[in-house]
Design a protein around this ligand. Structure first.
Ligand code: FES
Length: 260
């Protein structure tokens, strides 16, 4: 039976407590266990795409010798669970998984670093030289679940599978917030800001910035500001002033009121 209260689990012989039903990977990372992962982010739901966060689990009531190999990001913390994080079987599978990811995105620094830590230097299969996207889907999940824009999706199948805007065209739903770039683990999503224009290369999309009414620096894209206006009800000033000028004004008001 699962519960939302803290439950006890045993990891590599050490007993720890974690909220029942929460993600096993979250619990392991919080306790300092080093579990490689590429498609997990605490802000969005787990997807189990990269298969790197593999662990072995044995649930209460199971035969003591029966261990199930599973991804930990989408496996729940269950009372009495026993977990192995570094068995030979786990390492063997992680090595194979990272080798395949490295073959797809050999230039991705984070992938290279995880591969090195697992003793993998060169993939045995054909590589895609200029690809950085590992199809983890984080950009689409953050765009959907956190921003609510749903501007990105997977398309194609098999070797042609790719992430992008529907029909690979500039998408009206994109607000140019940059959340996709922020969560991308490999640098596949690139944003270029030049003067008052933001370009999201991979999504074939361009946005115009709203300039700060005081210094003229970009505050946010027009669509991003519109989106925020509908969601949060704050004085108009907030939406047309950049962070530095806001901070400056606040500091001056503190001095003027004699708090310093
Ligand atoms: S982090 Fe769990 S499958 Fe990618």
């Amino acid at each position: 039976m699962t519960t939302k209260k803290n439950v006890k689990i045993t990891v590599d012989g050490r007993q720890i407590e974690a909220p029942g039903e929460s993600s096993l990977l979250t619990a392991l990372l919080a306790e300092g266990f080093e579990i490689p992962h590429l498609c997990y982010h605490e802000a969005v739901s787990p997807y189990g795409a990269c298969r790197l966060c593999l662990v072995e689990v044995n649930q209460k009531g199971w035969d003591a010798d029966w261990w199930k190999l599973t991804t930990s990001c989408n496996f729940p913390v269950l009372d009495g669970l026993t977990v192995r994080t570094e068995s030979e079987k786990i390492l063997k599978h992680r090595r194979l998984v990272i080798e395949l990811i490295l073959a797809r995105a050999p230039g991705a620094k984070k992938v290279q670093s995880i591969a090195r830590s697992l003793g993998v230097t060169q993939p045995r299969v054909r590589t895609m030289d200029d690809e950085l996207c590992i199809l983890c889907g984080l950009c689409a999940r953050v765009c959907d679940e956190v921003i609510g824009a749903k501007a990105l999706t997977f398309h194609g199948r098999g070797g042609k599978k790719d992430m992008g805007t529907p029909f690979a065209e500039a998408n009206e739903n994109c607000i140019g917030c940059g959340a996709c770039e922020a969560v991308c683990p490999t640098g596949a999503v690139k944003i270029t800001d030049i003067m008052l224009t933001r370009r999201l290369e991979r999504w074939e999309t361009e946005h115009e910035f709203v300039p700060c009414r005081i210094c003229g620096k970009p505050v946010g894209t027009k669509k991003q500001i519109e989106h925020l206006r509908k969601k949060i009800f704050l004085e108009e000033e907030i939406f047309v002033t950049c962070t530095e000028c806001k901070r400056d004004r606040y500091a001056r008001s503190v001095v003027a009121e004699g708090h310093l």
